[in-house]
Ligand binder design. Structure first.
Ligand SMILES: NC(=O)c1ccc[n+]([C@@H]2O[C@H](COP(=O)([O-])OP(=O)(O)OC[C@H]3O[C@@H](n4cnc5c(N)ncnc54)[C@H](OP(=O)(O)O)[C@@H]3O)[C@@H](O)[C@H]2O)c1
Length: 314
């Protein structure tokens, strides 16, 4: 259990997940933080990361920093996704071990499970068959981070854990028109359609694929919960366990935003994987469950979108 005055470093604290982890830690009474922005400390630079850990000596580390993007971004820049994520995680995890960090939590992602993994996906399915081609580079980097944590535990007795979040959304999301994830992309599209008075919006595929979404503050709650209640080499899935079709999701976003026009489906465009759902029984058995229903979460996310700049760049 982290003491309330423990010194905590959240890598990537300005990002969507990092800022939610800080909010959750503050809510629970933690206050002794150390932060560095991307500009102040480039986590891909090994010597700088080592010097930072030696100087600050944090006791606990959350590691949500990373290069993150949707299918298009991952597909366009596999070399960048592999190099930046691999360097960041190796540097942070290794420096944490060397400088005697008590516990570290690394963040994976549900998209790194095998392409044809049985549904819902259990933690043990990791690395059991071929990866998804479009984000293979990202997956290889993230899997290396997960495994590096468990190898350090085995070889050096560290207490480094990981969590595997499903699709996340919420405050500080990335609303880039082509490089964002599906939910923030829909928020932006329907907002713009409403603003411009458009009478129809066309979406890709037929809307049938099933997906799972988790409000980022719920994921942050799980991250702190695991830091305080879980040790082990196997990762822990973080999701709601609830599926929604892309069509239902689209209609929900349109409703929250107040877009009253038509929604058309371009079935000449690919649908993607028919179903992607995490098995969250492990987190449930540990005593955690999600709190925010999808419609409430979209409302909160849309408020954040309206109250902040377009957030193409942070
Ligand atoms: N978003 C999702 O749906 C989702 C789903 C599953 C898992 N995850 C996990 O959650 C993590 C965080 O995702 P997110 O959505 O919060 O991403 P995000 O908003 O883009 O946050 C990533 C943070 O890392 C920082 N960063 C990137 N490169 C850096 C570098 N070289 N040195 C220092 N800082 C650097 C970014 O700073 P700048 O913005 O200044 O570059 C940003 O603050 C991911 O790594 C992934 O493991 C996310």
């Amino acid at each position: 259990m982290m003491e309330k005055n423990a010194k905590i470093y959240v890598a990537g604290h300005k990002g969507m997940v990092g800022s939610a982890i800080v909010r959750e830690l503050e809510r629970q009474g933690y206050h002794n933080f150390v932060f560095r922005t991307h500009k102040e400390l480039d986590l891909t630079r090994q010597a700088d990361v080592e010097a930072f850990f030696e100087e600050e000596k944090p006791e606990y580390v959350f590691h949500p920093a990373g290069k993150v993007g949707g299918i298009v971004a991952n597909n366009e820049a596999p070399a960048d996704f592999m190099y930046e994520n691999m360097m960041m995680e190796m540097n942070v995890i290794q420096s944490a071990w060397k400088s005697g960090v008590k516990k570290l939590e690394f963040l994976g992602s549900s998209c790194i499970y095998p392409r044809m993994a049985p549904q819902p996906m259990k933690e043990k399915y990791l690395l059991t068959s071929e990866l998804e081609q479009t984000n293979e580079a990202y997956a290889l980097a993230k899997i290396s981070g997960l495994r590096y944590c468990s190898y350090l535990n085995r070889q050096y007795g560290t207490d480094f854990i990981s969590v595997m979040p499903t699709n996340l959304y919420g405050p500080n999301d990335n609303y880039h028109p082509t490089h964002s994830h599906v939910l923030p992309a829909l928020i932006r599209r329907f907002h713009e359609a409403k603003e411009s008075g458009a009478t129809e919006v066309t979406c890709w595929g037929d809307g049938s694929p099933l997906r799972e979404f988790l409000y980022v503050d719920d994921l942050a709650n799980l991250c702190v919960f695991l830091m305080n209640n879980y040790s082990g080499n196997e990762t822990v899935n973080g999701g709601s366990g609830i599926e929604v079709s892309i069509k239902q999701l689209t209609e929900l976003v349109a409703k929250v935003i107040g877009y009253n026009g038509e929604i058309k489906w371009d079935t000449s465009k690919p649908n993607g994987t028919p179903r992607k759902l995490l098995d969250v029984s492990k987190a449930t058995e540990l005593g955690w469950t999600y709190k925010t229903e999808l419609e409430d979460g979209i409302r909160l996310a849309y408020d954040d979108f309206l109250n902040s700049p377009m957030r193409v760049e942070r």
